[in-house]
Write a protein that binds this ligand. Sequence first.
Ligand SMILES: [Zn+2]
Ligand SMILES: [Zn+2]
Length: 134
Amino acid sequence: MALIVGGCLCGRVRYEVERDGAIVDYCHCDTCRRSTGGATVAWMQVHPSRFRVTAGEAVAYASSEKMIRHFCSACGSQLYMTDAEGRSVGVTVGTLDDKDAVVPAAHGWDSARPSWLCLADDLPRFAADPDYDN
Ligand SMILES: [Zn+2]
Ligand SMILES: [Zn+2]
């Protein structure tokens, strides 16, 4: 079991997540972009049993009927996303203490990627949600 840790910008909210079996990919969708203010977002998805908040408490925002995004109420960092059915937790790779701890393996919502964002790799690209998310 490989535990990795992360947290928000101000340090109030901390979490730990087990890396084994994680799905790591980019999401270029409009909602991810706008909710973080970043050009794109890399996510690490795990089963909910593999994720724990270890300090502080995040606030929840339902960004759609199914998806709930969790932020630090003090500094605004988006830390993780859950779904109404409890299928998975997505952790924002950008909030991991070790930014190289995991590496994305695919691009989701490539059709929504800004035209100026060029990530030169041979990873699979999905126009919308990756097949494995459905
Ligand atoms: Zn914070
Ligand atoms: Zn997205």
